[in-house]
Structure formats: structure tokens, C-alpha cells
Design a protein around this ligand. Structure first.
Ligand code: MN
Length: 480
């Protein structure tokens, strides 16, 4: 399991007794947090920073440990921040500055100068906050007594976001074909993606998959079909079309595994050697936590993999979604998302049905796909766009709702949502902000998770929700 290193700060001015107490309190704190967070992360205590040399040694350990996804720092006493400079300059993993104390309450009857010298986070953590600001070190602050539930929840969130950032830094995206001809929002600067987020966007021809698919054995397809039938209901006589998708799924998974990729794209404009657009194949692979972007959208493929990692261990669904069409009934406006095929099976509220229908574009054979009703409830819709000189993340609160009426002639998974604070402001805000029609929807993540990711990766963030007003639209417009 991934870990965080816990680095406390002090100095050698207060004597041996005080430093022993600092170490003992930190051990107790780390033990407590490990118990509370054992389902998410491990925390390991490093030597208390008393000198610049110890700080550098601690940070080297952080940097060299591949299991370590970030650090927690806390100034038990005052810790003059000049001795943190050289260490902090080495750090390139996420940091949580835990602004807390070993004691919850002040011992009013007992407090003396020894207590004051030992327990002075209000003093030391401000010195530390100053040097983080001075050095422009991205970080999160969690303030409060470490045993309080709200503080533990903040540490948990930080750990989940740090794990997602660690995945991001090592993420490889396989793009099969390029992005869809003439489409703007799916294009951008792949090099900037790698510099800022670590995403290696690697091109291969779809022929690689066609070749692999051609070598998949009947036994492998039988096994994949058995897996489908254990989770999905067969609702077609065209078994051959479904077996064809099973063949693609096996080929994609083999290729991704062999090449160390956790995300991929395809495009209906380049299916040379395949006779269907991957439908159930893509839907099923996404449900296994692999990022996906259709039409060559490498950004959303990578971003969906990162956000699925962030949501790991939480209730709810997370995955790629496309915006399509609206019901504009006044006061009851809704959006219907999911036009083509590629809705992740993780959004299914009912047992998905395997069906085969024509696609309408692309000129290939009718693809097999999963058709289902979506989970409902509060969620977010989140996208990442390339503005040429920087990336922008846009995150809107939405409510996933049941479909108001059946749509028997629409043979795709159906996801409907309500925009916040209203259709008019919510969707106008998204348009002003330049938000794409490809995004990641999640009923597991919140705006606070995305805001933390944006903060720790130095990304611009625009959020939309019940607190968004008409006046904010001007702001989003001016942010172009
Ligand atoms: Mn699209």
C-alpha cells in the first residue's frame, strides 16, 4: 500500500527532554492516524527536523521511496524555517501541512513555560506557512485537533488525491489513431500534459489491436463471454457481434498490460482492421478502472484514469461521459448524456443488457454495447481543457436523476442530470469557461477533491454549483 511520510519540525534549542517528548507525541499521533486511515494509506514517521541536514535527509528519503506518495508536516515546537529551505527545494511530492497540537484542550490549571515551549504549533506552524508561501510550495493545510473527525477526513482526502497524483505522474496513455479530424477540444499540447501532469501520450496504429485481436483464441473469447454473462444479461441473438467485442477487449487489455498503459483512446474514424467500433469492450474495460477517451481524446482518457484512482475505495461511480441533448421544459431542465456507446458499466443501476444496434456513423458493422439505467444522486462533472498557455479544470456540481420517461428507441446507456444552480447559469458558466463536451462524471468525488488536485498540480480551476451567480459568469468570461 502507498504511504505518506510524517515529518515533524522542532529545533535543538529546548534540550533533550523536549525533543524526546516531541518524538513520543509524534509516534502517538502517527499510531492514531494509522489506525484511522488503514483502509487508505500507511503513515511512517521520519526523524524530527532539528537542522537543515536532517531536513535534507528526510526529503531525500521521501524522494527516493516509490511507495511514498506525499508528506505530512507539523511543527510541534518552533522550527526556524531557514533550515527547511534546502529540503523543501528537493520535494516534488504533495504536501499536507497539518496544523494541529498534541493536546486538544489547554491545561489551564497546570500550564507553565515548559508547556508553552513544547506545544507551540500556533507559533511554529506560522513560521512554516511563511516559508511555504515564500518558496511557492504547493500544499494543503488541515487545521484542527488531529483526533477530530473533520481533520481525519481532510487527511484521508489528501491521501486519496496524493495517490491519484502519483498515478498521474506515471500514467501512460495509448492512443490508437489520432484525435478526430477537425475537432478542437480533443486536441492540444501533449508535451505540456507530460510536463505538468506526467502523462505520457503514446501513439500506436489501431492495426496493433487488429493484429492482436486476430490472434485471440476461441478459448479466450469463451472465457471473456462467461465473464460478461456473469455480470450482464444477453439481450441479442447476434452472439457473433458480442464475441467480436470480447475479442477486442482481450486485445486491448493485453496491449495495455504489455505496454504499461492505464488509459487509452480510439476513434471511429480509424478502425482499420476492426469491423465494429469498440462498444462493450470499452465500457467493460473502463469499469475495471482503466481510463478511456473516445475520438482520440487523450486528455480525458488520462484525467478519467486519475479521477478513478482518486475515487478508489469510495461509494459511487466515476468515469467518462459525453454531453449531448437537453430537455428544456421550464424549471425542469435536464441533460441527457451518452450519445454513442462508451458509457462505463460502473454507472449501471440495473443489470446491463447486451444489445446490438446500428451506430449511424463510421460505416462499420453494428456494435454490441451495454444498455442500462444510471445510478442517481449528487455528483460532479469535471473536465480539463488546454488553453494553449495553460490547462484549466472546470468542475460543476450536478444531480444525476432517473429518466423521467422511458426512451425505448435509444439503445445506449442513459445518464441524465440536472445542472446547478440552474440550467441557465450552470450551462452558461460551463460554456463561458470553455468546458468540453467530454468530461468525467463522479458520484464518489466532490468539488473539494478536484480543488485539492488543482491546487497540488498548479492547475487553474473554475467551479460551478449552488454558489455560482449571474455575476460569476462575467468572471468566467474574463478568465478566457
Ligand atoms: Mn465526443
Amino acid at each position: 500500500m502507498e504511504k505518506l511520510y510524517f515529518i515533524p519540525g522542532s529545533q535543538d534549542l529546548y534540550g533533550e527532554e523536549c525533543l524526546k517528548q516531541v518524538a513520543a507525541d509524534c509516534r502517538k499521533m502517527v499510531g492514531f492516524l494509522n489506525e484511522k486511515l488503514s483502509d487508505t494509506i500507511r503513515i511512517e514517521l521520519l526523524p524530527t527536523v532539528e537542522t537543515s541536514k536532517i531536513c535534507v535527509e528526510d526529503m531525500k528519503k521521501v524522494m527516493c521511496d516509490d511507495d511514498c506518495v506525499g508528506v505530512i508536516t507539523w511543527m510541534h515546537t518552533f522550527s526556524p524555517a531557514k533550515m527547511w529551505i534546502k529540503g523543501l527545494q528537493l520535494l516534488n511530492k504533495p504536501m499536507l501541512h497539518l496544523h494541529t497540537q498534541a493536546n486538544e484542550k489547554l491545561p489551564y490549571g497546570e500550564i507553565d513555560m515548559d508547556f508553552m515551549n513544547l506545544n507551540q504549533a500556533a507559533h511554529g506552524d506560522r513560521e512554516f506557512g511563511y516559508i511555504l508561501a515564500r518558496l511557492h510550495i504547493p500544499h494543503e493545510v488541515a487545521a484542527g485537533y488531529y483526533q477530530h473527525e473533520d481533520v481525519i477526513a481532510r487527511i484521508r482526502r489528501f491521501a486519496q488525491v496524493a495517490k491519484a497524483i502519483a498515478l498521474s505522474k506515471n500514467l501512460r496513455v495509448a492512443t490508437f489513431g489520432n484525435n478526430m479530424r477537425d475537432v478542437a477540444v480533443t486536441d492540444g499540447n501533449r508535451l505540456s500534459c507530460e510536463i505538468q501532469y506526467g502523462w505520457e501520450i503514446k501513439y500506436w496504429g489501431i492495426g496493433e489491436i487488429a493484429d492482436l485481436a486476430g490472434r485471440v483464441t476461441d478459448e479466450e473469447i469463451d472465457a471473456q463471454m462467461a465473464e460478461y454473462l456473469s455480470r450482464y444479461t444477453m439481450d441479442t441473438d447476434n452472439t457473433e457481434a458480442v464475441r467480436e467485442q470480447a475479442r477486442y477487449e482481450i486485445a486491448f487489455r493485453k496491449f495495455l498490460k504489455e505496454n504499461g498503459c492505464q488509459a487509452f483512446t480510439d476513434t471511429f474514424q480509424d478502425l482499420h482492421g476492426l469491423n465494429q467500433l469498440p462498444g462493450i469492450a470499452a465500457q467493460d474495460i473502463m469499469a475495471k478502472g482503466v481510463g478511456f477517451g473516445p475520438e482520440g481524446d487523450y486528455k480525458i482518457a488520462a484525467f478519467s484514469a486519475v479521477l478513478m484512482k482518486m475515487a478508489e475505495g469510495r461509494e459511487g461511480a466515476t468515469g467518462f461521459i459525453e454531453d449531448y441533448t437537453y430537455d428544456l421544459t421550464p424549471g425542469k431542465e435536464l441533460e441527457l448524456a451518452s450519445h454513442m456507446l462508451e458509457v462505463p458499466a460502473s454507472f449501471a443501476a440495473t443489470k446491463p443488457k447486451i444489445q446490438v444496434h446500428p451506430l449511424g456513423i463510421g460505416g462499420k458493422a453494428d456494435p454490441a454495447r451495454l444498455v442500462f439505467d444510471s445510478v442517481t444522486g449528487d455528483g460532479i462533472q469535471c473536465t480539463l481543457i488546454d488553453l494553449g498557455d495553460h490547462f484549466r479544470i472546470i468542475c460543476a456540481d450536478i444531480e444525476l436523476v432517473p429518466v423521467p420517461q422511458p426512451m425505448p428507441k435509444l439503445p445506449v446507456a442513459q445518464i441524465m442530470y440536472r445542472h446547478k444552480p440552474s440550467f441557465q447559469i450552470g450551462t452558461a458558466a460551463w460554456c463561458y469557461a470553455g468546458g468540453a463536451h467530454h468530461s468525467v462524471v463522479s458520484t464518489a468525488l466532490t468539488r473539494a477533491d478536484i480543488a485539492l488536485f488543482a491546487k497540488l498540480t498548479g492547475s487553474e480551476l473554475i467551479t460551478i454549483g449552488d454558489d455560482t451567480t449571474e455575476a460569476d459568469l462575467e468572471k468566467f468570461y474574463m478568465a478566457r
